[in-house]
Design a protein around this ligand. Structure first.
Ligand code: GLU
Length: 453
């Protein structure tokens, strides 16, 4: 039998990390076992669902590289894949439970199981004994039946709720493995009892651990570190391959030391035995590291194409040729962790009247600044073209001369120059920067800095 996994999001709000993490783990187990992966949209809450949210979820999955074998957009043998379209079947199951006295209307389980207007339909749970949820990741989880309240299956307005709709759909779609978040463990005994009441074979239950922020709290949309919304990661310029890889590391340890993994590794190695049961902490540093690994694989030209929209957003249309942008990219790339970083890192290349940082102002106000800048202006004035090698030799020569003549050290010479050219005292190598700015812009900046000293 082919194992069948599913991801069953409710289309409410914007997709976030938690959604994609659950989807990814379910997908990865399916792919590693050669199983099917089904997408079902659980849109049974008319107050909170929107079609746009369902589309956004599908877009986010596709962006991450998750594909599905059956789903609302592509159909399949077990459709429809939108839960609201399966309502007649949920009603049929509700009627079946009622007829068998396994469910009752109202709040009083002693009442006969007849239809009562404006009353919710509840599942009749056993009052004593235990319900064991056999979680394939965590082992058996035992619940005391006397502590379980009979859950509502159908609201008084006739609307079936999650327990009934999702379990019926999972059964009807032949789902063999239910992979979902840890927050569903508390409901799992209800689901086990529902399967039992209906005489259905239970699926394998797999409850994934939570993801926490670095203060040990559950991720929340209101988190000051960011809402963990997929849009935010896209806007910041995390690559989908990197997100795919990083999310896998939140709860899975690949074989060996290698943490950079792709779809092929998932197919080969992703096993339940290597999943963790303890919460995973979302670590931005680690995500940035993973993203850098993927950025490193790109050529300067490819990276330039990716950062171009970020730069255009910040600085308007590109002032120079595509070639020029590739050169800028080559200079700033060692400091880029995510694409949006390029905006600040490349400011010097786009903006001529930038503000000086406080350390830049300090460097320009200290004694050697004026003579150093003046000397550089003199040297550059005689040039026809300023390129990187020329800049390099001029700077080296100046540094050696000034050391010999005045005893000035490298920071005395280079801090004011860098401050004048970029507004900062730290950054990428000066010859590269001067080569990209060219003679005119370099001279203008040196003159501007002299005036502001
Ligand atoms: N619709 C539920 C949710 O989005 C699905 C839970 C499940 O996977 O069973 O949380």
């Amino acid at each position: 039998m082919v194992p069948r996994f599913r991801f069953a999001p409710s289309p409410t709000g914007t997709p976030h990390i938690g959604n994609l993490h659950t989807a990814l783990f379910s997908w990865a187990l399916a792919r590693a076992l050669g199983g099917d992966f089904v997408l079902r949209i659980e849109d049974t809450d008319p107050d909170r669902n929107t079609p746009a949210a369902a589309q956004a979820m599908m877009n986010a999955l596709t962006w991450l590289g998750i594909d599905w074998d059956e789903g609302p957009d592509i159909g399949g043998d077990f459709g429809p894949y939108v839960q609201s379209a399966r309502l007649p079947r949920h009603q049929e199951i509700a009627a079946q439970l009622l007829a068998a006295d396994l469910a009752y209307y109202g709040d009083d389980s002693n009442q006969p199981a007849t239809q009562q207007a404006n009353q919710p339909l509840r599942l009749r749970l056993p009052r004593s004994g235990e319900t064991v949820v056999n979680d394939a990741l965590r082992g058996p989880i035992t619940f005391d039946n006397s502590l379980l309240a009979d859950p509502v299956l159908v609201r008084s307005n006739g609307r079936p709720l999650y327990h009934l709709a999702a379990m019926t759909d999972d059964h009807d779609m032949g789902i063999t493995h239910v992979v979902r978040g840890e927050e569903w463990i508390a409901s799992a005994p209800i689901h086990v009892q529902l399967y039992r009441a209906l005489g259905w074979a239970e699926p394998v239950w797999i409850h994934l651990p939570l993801i926490l922020n670095n203060r040990g709290q559950k991720l929340s949309k209101r988190d000051p570190e960011g809402g963990y919304l997929i849009n935010d990661f896209q806007d910041a310029g995390y690559l989908p391959e990197a997100m795919f890889n990083y999310l896998l590391l939140l709860g899975w340890s690949p074989d060996g030391e290698q943490e950079i993994v792709d779809k092929w590794d998932v197919r080969k190695q992703f096993r339940l035995e290597r999943l963790s049961t303890s919460p995973a902490v979302f670590a931005w540093d680690k995500l940035n590291w993973v993203n850098r690994q993927y950025l490193q694989r790109l050529s300067d030209g490819q990276l330039a194409d990716l950062i171009r929209p970020f730069l255009e957003d910040a600085y308007g249309d590109m002032p120079m040729s595509a070639d020029w942008l590739v050169k800028v990219t080559a200079v700033i790339r060692p400091d880029i962790a995510k694409l949006e970083d390029a905006v600040d890192l490349a400011e010097w290349a786009f903006v001529d009247d930038f503000a000086y940082s406080s350390s830049a102002r300090f460097a320009l106000a200290t004694a050697p600044a004026s003579p150093v800048i003046l000397r550089l202006i003199t040297q550059l004035a005689a040039l026809v073209i300023l390129d990187k090698p020329t800049a390099q030799s001029i700077l080296q020569q100046m540094r050696a001369d000034l050391q010999a003549a005045k005893g000035w050290r490298a920071p005395d010479v280079f801090h004011p120059i860098r401050a004048a050219l970029t507004g900062h005292t730290e950054g990428r190598p000066l010859p590269e920067i001067m080569g990209i700015l060219g003679k005119e812009r370099t001279l203008q900046r040196l003159a501007r800095a002299l005036k502001s000293v």
